[in-house]
Design a protein around this ligand. Sequence first.
Ligand code: 3H9
Length: 715
Amino acid sequence: MKINDVTGYQVENGIAVITIESPPVNALSAAVRGGILAGVETALADASAEAIVLICAGRTFFAGADITEFGKPPVAPILRQVQDAVENASKPVVAAIHGTALGGGLELALVAHCRVAARSAKCGLPEVNIGLLPGAGGTQRLPRIVGVDTALDMITSGRHVPAVEAHAMGLVDALADDATLRAEAIAFARRVVAEDRPLRRVRDLDAKIEEARANPGAIEAFRRANARRFRGFLAPEYNIRCIEAALALPFDAALKEERRLFDELMAGPQSKAQRHVFFAERRVAKLADVPAETPLRPVERASVIGAGTMGGGIAMAFLNAGFPVTLVETTQAALDRGLATIRRNYDATAAKGRLTGKQVEARLARLHGTLALEDVADSDLVIEAVFEQMDIKQALFSRIDAIAKPGAILASNTSYLDIDTIAAATSRPRDVIGMHFFSPAHIMRLLEIVRGRATAEDAIATAMAVAKRLGKVGVVVGNCFGFVGNRMLAQRQREAEKLILEGALPWQVDKVLYDFGFPMGPFQMRDMAGMDVGWDPARSSSSTVREILNETGRRGQKTGAGYYDYDEQRRPTPSPLVEQVILDFAARKGIARREIGDGEILERCLYAMVNEAVNILDEGIAVRASDIDVVWVTGYGWPAYRGGPMFWAEHDVGLDTILARIRELHPDHGDDFRPAPLLERLVAEGRGFSASGRDAPRGDAAGGDVRGSDRPVES
Ligand code: 3H9
């Protein structure tokens, strides 16, 4: 029978089965909550039902509270009411988990008396990733089952724990085959009834809490050990405080404290920013002219040309995702070096316990290194990762064109160069696309997918699908110098370099950006990447500080000296020599150095980026403002709790404030701070990016309402 639109009810072999089906992810919307509550009430009143199985149809168990409801007036029944009904039910309730039991979904499973999980299922409390904490008892019940140490790890990382591990830690009581979860959950419930097992409420379990109370320093030690990882984020600390409350307070009082802290996070700016990022990451895949149903080209085998840092990383990204990979080099020495680096990277991962020796060997077995370009002939996707020089790329693409099979996607990993010019070297520009990976390519999540003038829709759709298979966020961008990310980065770099001539020093600039939340500042980044990237010794003429430093052999971390001096552990200290080079250079250029405040550094570096980003948006290089946010959060270390440059500009600073400052800077800095016409229009009309037609309207499901979301949520 149907309980409501999303809830089915059947009694099978004396067990009531409540089945929720609310695509796509069975989020705990008002209809779902209402269905569960009514289902439980029906089962309790149903004399033919001796126990209850709560299960979902579709691809997953409940993936959490319905995030699109956040900030809207609460609709009864709220989640806690549903949880109370389940936890206090007079008949045993068994949660049958498949897919992912996440957030409120796992918190609901935690009020059931038992949990049975399909072997492929995963459980987690990922609220921390959207700047929140599990606000439906998760911080209180999880440590009671798995212990405080494991709970701290799960809750502050948000990681999805595989069912087998969840079973080992006691979080789920039994594992089932994926195909027979429903039947096995019913059989499990029958056993509970037959054995007349007591109704075990997780809230009543105290042994693990007692254990943790005996070790009072552990939480503080965890806090200290993870300080770097949590830097700037509020949510991890709030999650930790909830677990402290679990140790210090009686259950109900601690639950109240959890609720208070949840409401505080929900009302604060960080969660709003992180929820924006969550929806923005999902929105990137939606393109008006490349509909979701666009047929995909099959991609079973990939080739990577160039076994340097980028090529090797790209090859690993594909190997990690299960693809066989052909890696092509021009000399045996370069190939051997590339293959050895890949092996070394895998061995290092295995040494940290993140891969088994068997997994390493399986990945390496899929890798075929070769000097013969002809070997790319059977690949569905060929990615070029050679020198950033147009003539080299064109020559290579024309050779690939002669070898690759019809329909293969021919991709360039170029960071700056014109995709159309590269495509013109082939007879099939429709198949040519940019796939710009970020270093280290097997780790960084961003993939800029650059569409050329002729790139076919199905090639774009296929590149996006490949990005997803690689576990990356593919952002489709237009073709221009530096695309979205590097074009904006160049603005920041330019201002940073101007600032050190005008009066600041590299370490002051770096500190301002680090304190803003970036993992490192522009000069530290340059040192890490290598000062000589893009530097040509033949043409070097001491015309910039960077050239001078390169000429004196300071090439960055790898030479132990760049803007900073480095010790053996690569720890940086400010270099007095570099300071002198800067002072001398500024004097030679006739620049009168002055005191520069941190505020000016931030404004110059970031407003220049935002201004450029608005032009990028206006030119259609980025489809939406939020796509630019995704590029910066996933590829350049923009702190997620600040939502990305566009979100930050609009919501934290205000577009009018930014424009006013850009106008002030314009006379002295000329084109570097020429106000973007779209920025002027938006400010004149009092509109934001979302209202500019360049972003999904806020308040809709896809956009996620971040505007009105400071009301405490009651879902
Ligand atoms: C919470 O539970 C708070 C509680 O502690 C306390 C409450 C009082 N709500 O990612 P996908 C949409 S906070 C609404 O592309 P996948 C998503 O936007 C929540 N919508 O699929 C997308 O929509 P569209 C804690 C949601 O297979 C579609 O579903 N839970 C939600 O790659 C497909 O998503 C989480 O943080 C949601 N909760 O991955 C889990 N989740 O098609 C968040 C998804 O229109 N979700 N959507 O673009 C996930 O991590 C992934 O979606 C999941 C599936 C792993 C489930």
